[in-house]
Write a protein that binds this ligand. Structure first.
Ligand SMILES: Nc1ncnc2c1ncn2[C@@H]1O[C@H](COP(=O)(O)OP(=O)(O)O)[C@@H](O)[C@H]1O
Ligand SMILES: [Mg+2]
Length: 602
């Protein structure tokens, strides 16, 4: 119920529409019961001819009969029949127009709400910290964003209205039944808890299964994603069959879960019909006897009663089927809101400062860091270092030493666990994230590209970039040869993650992107590690253009590229073990000398 309330909060801006829709539904329900009452009257009075004219009504039942008599007049039977038919047509038309309007509004509101929830969820996810993404699978998130939200849509676009209309229908039928005969009506009411009981039981089971189904569908998405994005490896290692089998396996599990849900949910209609029919037959039997033998109930009342009873079975059946859908929706909503409730964020302070320029230094003061707060071993320990504006600082060290982690703390991809990281003497947590990240560009070993054109990859997200700026960046990034080769030039689509480009080309594209951003602080994380020597030369020229007049932190794979740095930091096991210029370190640092000799020997 809490969850349901939470979904309803998203309908806030549509309150009036909803109210309108509910009112039309209620009128629809009243007209519907009325039409059944009328048909009952028609069958009983007009056809049998014993139209019992009521002159002084004493019960509500007689009041209603009098009202109808006034509506259809007291003319001949044929005339009464005519008026009845006209009245019925009239009621049916109005009733259905109202139903249409009410449905239309409901589906508008529901679809709007679901769309808003999906957008809100996507926004929320994008604000979550990398820690969150490290610990969740993208396929699971996609499954929640698409499948679970669709499940919510189906459930709530259909159920909300029915949850309002059907109970009112049932109540109005019960009311009319009570008017006719209290004793018999009491018997009818048992149907409700009975069918409610089955519906709730089945609903609960379906809700549990629905959760598993959702997780299972994430499994399927995962295989699709991994196979497609690693298709080269899959083919080279002849793993198509393995992947196919995995896929078949997951799909079979999915099928079984879905089918088990269907088996359960399709049980509900037969169960409800049987309960309803049993009660109905009982009533026909005893009611019939009381009409035929004891004449304790008038025959027209009896006919109306039976008609109303069978009419009531329909909303009961709908309601119990809706419960199944509703439970599915609740299970989906639980998953959706569990993501909303995740608050792993890199948070901004209230009065965040906008940092416009980088003016003095980046300073690590007793910085410690670990990815998992609960784990004992720190990834970075006691980092104390100051990087001055305009300097080029190089970082070397064995793989896993914490070099990338160190650099990722500066744009606050992660927050330091202990200590302070300052830019221009102010804790970076006090800056607005936007302004802080605007200062910094990162070029990594694996270029991260989008399946768009070269131009939009370079301008990424910045619409104010002119073609001239793009071509300047292309020139500085040494990409001109490539562009001239392509028939579509900078408007060429580069494929998912740039599959249509070579490693060096991708790297230079990333460099062009960094150039366009024109950052004050530049981080190069093994930007040339995966290149062959020919493209390396081109990339190096591009990098030389990029580092000009900036503060640069370069994590170096090849030491030959950093001999001219102002300072070299030697990282080992999360600590800075030595620092100095290339010359100093060759003399004083065993570790550095070892690394250097290893490469020179290569
Ligand atoms: N996202 C992560 N979650 C948990 N541990 C990580 C994560 N990224 C890196 N590590 C661990 O942190 C240590 C330092 O990694 P990293 O900074 O990437 O090293 P380097 O760049 O020097 O090779 C490694 O032991 C690595 O296993
Ligand atoms: Mg690294």
């Amino acid at each position: 119920m809490k969850l349901f309330k939470r979904i309803l909060t998203y309908t806030k801006s549509h309150r009036l529409l909803l109210l309108f829709s509910i009112i039309s539904s209620v009128i629809y329900v009243i007209l519907n019961s009325m039409s059944i009452w009328l048909i009952g009257t028609m069958l009983a009075n007009v056809m049998s001819g014993n139209s019992s004219s009521v002159s002084k009504p004493t019960s509500l039942n007689e009041h209603l009969n009098l009202l109808i008599q006034n509506l259809i007049g007291t003319g001949s039977q044929i005339e009464q029949l005519k008026s009845l038919c006209i009245l019925l047509i009239f009621i049916f038309i109005i009733k259905n127009i109202l139903l249409y309007i009410s449905n239309l509004i409901m589906s508008y509101v529901q679809n709007k709400v679901i769309t808003n929830i999906r957008i809100a969820l996507f926004k929320h996810i994008s604000t979550l910290s990398l820690t969150f993404f490290n610990n969740s699978k993208t396929s699971e998130l996609s499954s929640i964003l698409i499948r679970d939200i669709a499940g919510m849509r189906v459930a709530f676009s259909q159920s909300l209205q029915k949850l309002i209309v059907e109970p009112i229908s049932i109540l109005s039928f019960i009311f009319l039944l009570l008017i006719i005969n209290i004793k018999f009506a009491a018997l009818v009411i048992i149907i409700i808890p009975l069918s409610g009981f089955f519906s709730i039981k089945v609903g609960q089971s379906i809700r549990r299964k629905s959760k598993r189904t959702s997780i299972q569908s994430a499994g399927i998405l995962n295989i699709i994603k991994e196979t497609l994005s690693n298709i080269k490896i899959v083919k080279i290692f002849n793993l198509e069959k393995l992947e196919n089998n995995k896929f078949i396996d997951e799909n079979n599990k999915y099928f079984n879960l879905l089918f088990r849900q269907s088996k359960l949910s399709h049980l509900l209609t037969p169960i409800n019909e049987t309960i309803g029919l049993l009660v109905g037959i009982l009533l026909i039997w005893f009611g019939g006897i009381s009409v035929l033998e004891h004449q304790s109930m008038k025959s027209d009342d009896f006919i109306k009663f039976i008609l109303l009873l069978f009419a009531m079975l329909q909303p009961i059946r709908k309601l119990s089927n809706i419960n199944v859908l509703f439970q599915n929706g609740i299970a989906a909503a639980e998953r959706v809101f569990s993501i909303f409730d995740n608050e792993e964020k890199i948070s901004e302070v209230k009065d965040a400062i906008k940092i416009k320029n980088f003016s003095t230094s980046i300073k690590f003061q007793n910085v410690k860091f670990k990815y998992d707060l609960n784990s004992k071993n720190k990834i970075l320990e006691e980092i104390n270092i100051e990087i001055n504006k305009g300097e080029m600082i190089a970082i070397v060290g064995e793989s896993g030493a914490g070099k990338s982690t160190f650099s990722e703390l500066i744009p606050r991809l992660y927050d330091v666990s202990e200590g302070v990281l300052m830019i221009d003497g102010i804790n970076i947590k006090k800056y607005s994230l936007n302004s802080l990240r605007n200062l910094i560009a990162v070029v990594t070993q694996n270029s991260i590209l989008f399946n768009e054109t070269i131009k939009s990859n370079i301008a990424y997200g910045n619409n104010n970039i002119s073609d001239l700026q793009v071509s300047k960046a292309i020139k500085s990034a040494n990409l001109e040869d490539l562009i001239n080769k392509l028939p579509m030039g900078i408007n060429t689509e580069i494929g998912e993650n740039g599959v249509k480009l070579s490693g060096g080309e991708k790297q230079r594209l990333s460099i062009a992107r960094a150039l366009i951003k024109n950052p004050e602080i530049l981080i190069l994380d093994e930007a040339t590690a995966s290149l062959d020597s020919d493209s390396e030369k081109k990339v190096h020229e591009a990098i030389n253009n990029l580092v000009k007049d900036r503060t640069v932190i370069v994590i170096a794979h090849r030491l030959s590229t950093i001999v001219n740095s102002n300072k070299i930091l030697v990282f080992s096991k999360g600590k800075i073990v030595d620092q100095g210029t290339h010359k100093d370190l060759l003399k004083n640092s065993k570790k550095y000398k070892k690394l250097y000799d290893l490469q020179a020997g290569n």
